[in-house]
Design a protein. Structure first.
Length: 550
């Protein structure tokens, strides 16, 4: 990889490495530069290195399960082999070679005549140009590289709705996506917690504050404070934004399993139980509710109606004293802490759930490889319906009115009636996806295996919008902002589409690490997003937004 990178950079081509978790058969994206002028030519590169790829008559690149992806890619996929003994590079246009075949081969032969070096670079660029022009497809025109990589070349970027507001570079790779906390942003960076003030000062600098904690989950916030686990695991109150220490408690709690609701912090205790603490004073409002005895809280509590709903797992059978795993859904009264059991199941629950004003939707493991969706009426304290899914589920369901929508591992989006548990409609996305669906008004939005975004009518499942194919697989849950849909894809871009027509209206070069916790957010017309290097960006989405300096 280093030899290829050096050669390409010496000739001023612009490189973007694809994160390992987003590697689906390509290691690099390369934007071709000719005479230091950035062109519209974009190629993907698969790199192989080592003696095992050497053959008597040249070299070989295994195809494995990449046949259809490489063959049908929107841009040319180039295979490169590095001979570690001779330090030579050899290449082949994989897309062109596989389009000559009807069935998938085990490998593609790379000729020794196709050596890639300084003297052959012009021929390499010429052949890529010729291939793109003669196969009848327009050249790719969406450059993905970060701004740093473009410092040595001129770039004419097309108009887009994203306008950089600020760029924070001090967090490390793997930092979480930002969370909005009482007018500020919190970002998890390992055991460090960053608090960022979203408005730059008069000199354009971004004020930031940092705190070391024990756990790495996202904290909760409210009433001008953030509530975290200190270096010893004890619950602490820290004022925003300066992180001045307020109160602290002796008991330990887990970050990521606390919620601020109506002046109270509901925090999961260790090893079991739930603590309710007055956010202003730190005083314990009531002891852990009895229905949560011997239970471990598995998700941050949520407000449904006038009660706090807890998702928990029974860890110890109170009758036999033996260990067990069984799901519990418990509601806690906001005023006096009285609790009641809403639902109990014999199998464990997943920490993936959805709520609306009256109902909780939970996923049970159901003793098999598939999962069961259960709708629980909070006011009645009973299960409304059950639906046995045909596959397991990796993403939380999303609720809209009387429907709940679930995307399973086979890529099937199912819409289920809450009252009956009957499936009303299904939509095949075509692939196991890295992101789940979302809702916006009467629409359900989902990515597809064909690298598109689709909007469906929530009640009927009728398709009302479909975008054109993105250069890469969608890697973030779609966000809808004032009629604009925003999502990132694995070819290092954030794209914006018109929700009404599906037309692409903008692009910003940025690669998102799908392993980073959380999802990007939009607040007051600004997109806050963490890239694959852990750097946080503030991007104005609405160009008419006048209350922020751009």
């Amino acid at each position: 990889m280093n030899a290829l990178r050096t050669l390409l950079e010496d000739h001023h081509h612009v490189l973007v490495e694809i994160p390992l978790d987003a590697d689906f058969g390509e290691d690099l994206l390369v934007r071709i530069v000719r005479g230091r002028e950035v062109t519209g030519r974009l190629i993907a590169v698969q790199v192989k290195s080592g003696a095992k790829y050497r053959r008597k008559n040249g070299y070989s690149i295994p195809v494995q399960d990449h046949f259809h992806d490489w063959r049908n890619h929107d841009i040319p996929v180039v295979g490169v082999v590095f001979d570690t003994q001779s330090s030579q590079l050899f290449w082949i246009n994989l897309t062109q070679a596989l389009n000559r075949l009807e069935t998938a081969p085990s490998s593609v032969r790379v000729s020794r005549d196709n050596e890639l070096h300084a003297e052959s670079m012009a021929r390499f660029v010429s052949e890529i140009d010729h291939y793109v022009e003669t196969r009848g497809e327009p050249p790719a025109a969406t450059p993905p590289p970060p701004a740093k990589a473009l410092s040595h070349v001129s770039q004419k970027r097309k108009r887009c709705p994203f306008k950089p507001l600020w760029h924070f570079r001090q967090a490390r790779e793997g930092a979480s996506q930002p969370v909005w906390a009482d007018g500020y942003l919190t970002v998890r960076d390992g055991a460090q917690l960053w608090v960022l003030e979203p408005e730059p000062d008069a000199q354009g600098n971004l004020r930031q504050h940092r705190l070391t904690t024990l756990y790495q989950g996202q904290p909760t916030s409210g009433d001008g404070a953030v509530f975290v686990s200190g270096v010893g695991g004890e619950l602490q109150s820290r004022s925003l934004p300066n992180l001045t220490r307020g109160w602290d408690k002796s008991f330990k709690v887990d970050d990521g399993l606390a919620t601020f609701i109506a002046g109270t912090v509901y925090a999961a205790g260790r090893p079991t139980g739930l603590h309710a603490i007055n956010a202003a004073t730190g005083k314990v409002r009531w002891p852990p509710p009895e229905p949560l005895a011997h239970c471990k809280v598995i998700a941050a509590p949520r407000l449904v109606g006038h009660e706090v709903v807890i998702l928990a797992e029974l860890t110890l059978d109170p009758d036999t004293g033996s260990e067990r795993q069984a799901g519990r859904v418990v509601a806690v009264n906001l005023q006096n802490g009285s609790a009641r059991l809403l639902y109990a199941c014999e199998d464990s629950l997943l920490p993936l759930w959805a709520t609306n004003e009256t109902t909780v939707f939970v996923l049970e493991r159901n003793g098999s490889s598939a999962h069961r969706l259960t709708a629980v009426d909070v006011a009645a304290g009973e299960a409304l319906s059950h639906c046995d899914l045909s596959q397991a589920v990796d993403f939380a369901p999303v609720a809209s009115a009387e429907m709940v929508h679930v995307l399973d591992r086979a890529g099937q989006l199912c819409s289920i009636e809450a009252k009956t548990g009957q499936q009303r409609w299904g939509f095949p996305t075509g692939l196991q996806l890295p992101v789940g669906p979302t809702t916006s008004g009467d629409l359900v939005l989902t990515a597809t295996g064909s690298r598109q975004l689709v909007a469906l009518d929530a009640k009927s499942g009728e398709e009302v919008m479909r975008t054109k194919r993105a250069p890469g697989v969608i890697t973030t849950t779609p966000m809808v902002v004032e009629g604009t849909v925003i999502a990132a894809h694995r070819s290092a871009e954030v794209l914006a589409w018109d929700l009404a027509t599906g037309a692409k209206i903008g692009m910003y070069p940025l690669s998102v690490d799908t392993r980073a916790p959380g999802v990007p957010i939009v607040v007051d017309g600004v997109l806050y997003i963490t890239d694959c290097r852990g750097e946080i960006h503030g991007l104005v989405v609405d160009p008419t937004h006048s209350s922020r300096k751009v």
